[in-house]
Each structure stands twice: as C-alpha cells, then as structure tokens.
Design a protein around this ligand. Structure first.
Ligand code: NAD
Length: 295
C-alpha cells in the first residue's frame, strides 16, 4: 500500500516521518516547503512532483494543511491530487477545518468513487513528533477500519466520532474547551497577583484540585515566564473559533464563551500578537491592567 502525504508543516512533517519509520511506502508533496520535502526524502520517502503526482500513485492520500481552502486546493486545484486518484482510493484529511467543508469535500470525492475520513488531531508538535496525537475521526465505519492502523502509527488515541464531519465537530469542541480554559487561567492568575498572592503559589496550590488541568500544567508556567513561543498560534486558534461560530450558526447553538474569547484573540491579533502561542491571551489582561504577571 502506498501512502501520499500533502502538507509538511509543523504537524505534517513529523507525522509523515512516523509513517516512514513504521515501514510504509510514502510519497510526499508540499509546493511551499521544498526543504521539508528534502528532509522526508532523506528519511526514506519519495518526492512527488506535484499534488496530482501524489494522487496518481497513492492508495491513501493524507492532507495536513491549514484550512478548508487549502484542502480544496490540494485536492481539486490545478494540480489537485483528486484529479488523478483511483476509484476506491481514500482521502484522510487531518487538517482542522469546518465540518461543513468536510462534508462538501466528501460529496465531490464521492462522485469519483473516492472515500474520505476527516481526522483532525489534538496534541501539537511534540505529540506529532512522538507519534502520540489524539485523532478524532468522522466517516464510514468500514473506511475507518481500513485506516485506523495507519492513524495509530501517528497517534496514541484514535476515536471514530460518527459520520463524515464528526471528527471536525469534535475538534471544534476541543478548541472551544482549550480557548476558554486558557482565558480563565490567564484571568484568574492576573486577578490573584493583583490581589497580592504570588502566581507560583496560586498554581502550586490549585493544580492538584478540580481547577487543575492539562491546560493549566502546560500554560501556567509559560505565562509566568512570559514565554509565548508557539506551540499553537493565536491566528490558528482564531481560524478554529471562526469555524465554531460558522458551525454553531447552522444549528442555532448558543456559544457566548467562544464568542468572547474569539473577540479577545482578534484584539491580540490586531495588536501584532497573532504569531504567539495562545497562552498569550494573558497579554489581553496585562494590557488592560497595566501589570505584568511574574513568578
Ligand atoms: P503549517 O502552516 O505549519 O503547515 C501547513 C503546510 O501545508 C505548509 O507547509 C504549507 O506549505 C502546506 N500547504 C498549504 N497548501 C498546500 C497545497 N495546496 N499543497 C501542498 N501543500 C500545501 O500548519 P500546521 O501547524 O502543520 O497545521 C496543519 C493543520 O493542523 C491545521 O489545520 C492546524 O489547525 C492543525 N493543528 C495544528 C496544531 C499545531 O500545534 N500546530 C495542533 C493540532 C492541529
């Protein structure tokens, strides 16, 4: 079986490397990142001359690109992979995109007899490198059964959440929970310091209780260090929360907390902080209070 991999960015490059390490025959393409293509070739992958070339050779094409326009371009653009994919081949889209777009993309692929799973991930670059990502998958059970061993080479958790689009609905839930958590953490740490308690003590005292979380353990030290190197960029989180807003609108779901944190992130973006880690939500509070969080 040959696996195509399109999009060798922060996440795609280590994910593709793990497939090569697992012994799969992998062909890669990323027209904007020739250095990453060379790196994969040095690990044992083959370089496709275009997305279409990858599509013509692969039984399964994995896409790991920023958002739905990029997935559509990679599959249906001028050199789109789907133009050359065989009937019965499978697209495994691991990008975090709007679930409505996942369903539109599948409807196009289905016309050509191509199957698809939406399989976004949680975990970030370190887990992509370790092969311990969490996959949230949407699509037919029989297609999932064909692909789950491949996903398990890149992740430690692979859960089918429902039909096509269900993976990205679940990812949007994940992104709302993370965003609101980070904002609550920043708000509380800043308020606690302003009321006279050392942030390090606040963190130590509450991390083992109900308020403790993976978000707290990962982001509280970054906030106290004023270290906002990504990680996961504010701009990518804005993309995800905009997708939450779009998806929620279609079913009239109330999302006041998501809307509030999205507005805070947009302000940070306009202040030039879009490339920082989402823990930089703290900067919103620091700007309003005029006080910097310390250890
Ligand atoms: P990235 O910007 O680092 O990488 C995207 C890659 O796609 C780039 O190398 C780009 O050149 C390539 N690309 C774009 N359009 C293409 C096309 N038409 N053909 C071929 N290649 C194309 O992004 P990333 O951080 O790797 O994120 C990828 C996806 O994973 C996003 O949807 C993101 O939201 C999601 N995600 C990211 C993280 C994270 O921590 N970075 C965590 C979980 C999920």
């Amino acid at each position: 079986m040959k696996i195509g991999f399109i999009g060798l960015g922060i996440m795609g490059k280590p994910m593709a490397k793990n497939l090569v390490k697992a012994g799969y025959d992998v062909i890669v393409a990323d027209k904007f990142a020739p250095g990453a293509v060379e790196e994969l070739v040095a690990c044992g992958a083959k370089a496709g001359s275009s997305n279409m070339d990858v599509g013509s050779q692969a039984d399964i094409v994995i896409t790991m690109v920023p958002n739905s326009p990029h997935v559509k371009e990679a599959l249906f653009g001028e050199d789109g992979a789907a133009k050359a994919m065989k009937k019965g081949a499978i697209v495994l889209d691991c990008s975090s995109i709007n679930p409505i777009a996942s369903r539109e993309i599948y409807a196009e692929l289905e016309k050509q007899g191509i199957e698809m799973l939406d399989a976004p991930v949680s975990g970030g670059e370190p887990k992509a490198i370790d092969g311990t990502l969490a996959f949230m998958v949407g699509g037919k059970q029989e297609v999932f059964d064909q692909c789950k061993d491949i996903l398990a080479k890149m992740g430690s958790s692979v859960v089918r959440c429902g039909e096509i689009g269900a993976g990205n609905v679940t990812k949007l839930c994940n992104q709302t929970i993370v965003a609101v958590n980070i904002a609550a953490l920043a708000e509380a740490m800043q308020m606690g310091q302003m009321c006279g308690v050392e942030p390090q003590k606040i963190y130590e005292a509450i991390k083992g209780g109900l308020a403790g979380s993976t978000v707290m353990n990962a982001k509280a030290p970054m906030m106290m260090d004023q270290n906002f190197q990504p990680g996961f960029r504010i701009d990518l989180h804005i993309k995800d929360l905009n997708n939450v807003v779009d998806a929620a609108k279609t079913v009239d779901a109330p999302i006041p907390l998501t809307q509030t944190v999205l507005e805070m992130m947009k302000i940070l973006h306009h202040d030039g902080n879009g490339s920082y880690d989402h823990s930089a939500l703290l900067k919103y509070y620091q700007k309003l209070s005029g006080e910097t969080l310390h250890h």
